[in-house]
Design a protein around this ligand. Structure first.
Ligand SMILES: [Mn+2]
Length: 308
């Protein structure tokens, strides 16, 4: 792959077997637009052919995740903090996403002192005085000291993060805090309303609010299209994901994702016959029709897996 001296950021993502199609399409969405940044993909339990497909996009390193009973998202800080990252900046991006347009500009922060991350507005339901007090006590206990009051009036979303590498000690504190305050077998979300409801995301929020040594949250988050509607990070936030079933929320990016699918087929990375059904053109009219039911169908499938 051509090296580009303007590239200052390594992109890091991860997924288990169920997210391998997401990761493949996400990295392909970069390469299709000439975003040739080095990419590290944390993997666990991937089929060999999915590893080969992602590697064939070029500039990709796979990193086998350590055995852990915590969900993959709890490895974000460890992956962002890998010694092998050589660039000045690191970007975490969820694998259930695509870049719309060339987003290279959003992969470098405006200020090395800041963390580029989106804040929720209004604050989520779990941002209560009671939960904040638990965050404060935990930060004081495991980081040595804590601010008396929260620095922010809301918390952050960890689907997309840009951080300067001078913050490696902070990434280590985030990882350590995850180990201390989350259950050893935590799944992707906890009981509604609990202090660390959104796992890795809640733990990062606790540090940004109370760790005296934390980076400041940027006032100018741009990766959501706020300054240019044609260049942004599109996150398939809700289940099921597009490669599993289309839901009403993710449908708005169907055409964008279909272009990425066409591109990997054209490049010979995947045969059309090997695509998951929701990514096949001929199935789209059906998938679109049933999309309002997708969340219910998905819950039923999950329940069936749990009990039978
Ligand atoms: Mn996600």
């Amino acid at each position: 792959m051509e090296t580009d001296n303007n590239i200052r950021t390594t992109v890091v993502t991860a997924g288990d077997k169920a997210f391998s199609w997401g990761a493949l399409l996400f990295v392909a969405s970069m390469r299709k637009k000439g975003m040739n940044h080095p990419v590290i993909v944390g993997t666990t339990g991937w089929p060999k052919e999915m590893e080969e497909r992602v590697l064939s996009l070029g500039g990709v390193t796979l990193h086998e995740l350590p055995k852990s009973r915590q969900c993959v998202a709890c490895q974000k800080p460890m992956l962002m903090n890998l010694d092998e990252i050589e660039t000045e900046w690191v970007c975490w991006a969820d694998a259930d996403a695509v870049f719309v347009g060339d987003c290279s500009e959003w992969l470098v922060g405006d200020n090395p002192d800041e963390i580029t991350i989106r804040r929720y507005s209004p604050p989520p339901d779990d941002f209560t005085p009671e939960n904040l007090e638990i965050w404060r006590q935990d930060v004081e206990r495991f980081c040595g000291s804590a601010r008396k009051e929260s620095r922010y009036a809301t918390r952050v979303n960890t689907a997309f993060i840009v951080l300067h590498r001078k913050w490696r000690p902070f990434l280590a504190r985030w990882q350590n805090q995850i180990a201390k305050v989350l259950p050893a077998d935590v799944a992707i979300i906890m009981k509604h309303g609990s202090p660390y409801f959104q796992t890795d995301e809640s733990v990062l929020a606790s540090l940004l609010c109370f760790d005296p040594e934390a980076p400041a949250v940027t006032e100018k988050y741009k990766a959501n299209g706020s300054v240019d509607k044609s260049r942004y990070f599109a996150h398939f936030a809700y289940n099921p994901k597009p490669w599993q079933m289309w839901n009403s929320y993710s449908l708005k990016w169907h055409d964008e994702l279909a272009l990425v699918v066409d591109w990997i087929v054209e490049k010979g990375i995947v045969k059309a016959s090997e695509l998951p059904i929701p990514l096949r053109k001929s199935w789209y009219p059906f998938c679109r029709t049933i999309s309002p039911l997708a969340p219910w169908v998905w819950r039923a499938i999950k329940l069936k897996r749990k009990f039978f």
